[in-house]
Ligand binder design. Sequence first.
Ligand code: VOV
Length: 257
Amino acid sequence: MSERPAPTTETQHAAATLDGWYTLHDFRSIDWTRLKAVDPTARQEMIDEFVAFLGSLEEVETRGEGSHAFYSILGQKADVVLMVLRPTFKELEQVELALRKTKLYDYMIPSYSYVSVIELGMYRGSGDGDPYENPHIRARLYPTLPKAAHICFYPMSKARRDGDNWYTLSMDERKDLMYRHSMIGRSYAGKIQQFIGGSTGFDGWEWGVTLFAEDSLQFKKIVYEMRFDEVSAKYGEFGDFYVGNILPKEELGTFLG
Ligand code: VOV
């Protein structure tokens, strides 16, 4: 497992973070018109090769060296998303390269991507001992992503407006607000699993939020409820939302056939 330095030092302003696996969300659209023109034998070869590619990611996941999720996406923003977790940027690049070398890639159009690192904000401290050795914390920093029926991804930032500036609040104020946020979150235990990727310095927003649920309606419920909470109501700024359904490799043939 990758070794990490001690939690980022808490300055007067920044909350210390624990940082886990690097994360890439790779959203792609399918060039359906071109794909439909491919003869069925060649198309099946492409599908088989892509299934083998997904199989190779599963092997990494089984070894506990990373994780991934593959979902179809509703609407016109994209057709599929591959979310990949790896210990280093280099390993994320290797997955990207392997994807690019598949035949199916030639029929994929990039739609959106997002780079972040699984992050736990230590607003309430991290307890005794080295948090990177704590099995509960490790399970959250280096998770095996759930195989839930549905995914919801969106990037977000905290406001830096005159009047409502998250970054000029005191640590105590932010601790208090985050506590209230976590209490709403906890009321969704068993319904939603959330993965927060810190992306300041990595991508266009400050966090990438990935939610998994068996019941797609829970995404609307939690996001709506959080909108009334001060952290989101005053300080939340959101990018586009991407939602979709799990796409097991066994169903890829039907999806693309
Ligand atoms: C299942 C739901 C759920 C739960 C339990 C939960 C709990 C918690 C805890 C305990 C903490 C703080 C410590 C940590 O663990 O990092 C966080 C942190 C964070 N969250 Fe959260 N959140 C949830 C869910 C949840 C949602 C749905 C959203 C989107 C907000 C919305 O309006 O759409 C979100 C956002 C975030 C963010 C951006 C951060 C980092 C903010 C920062 O300033 O650092 N989050 N979150």
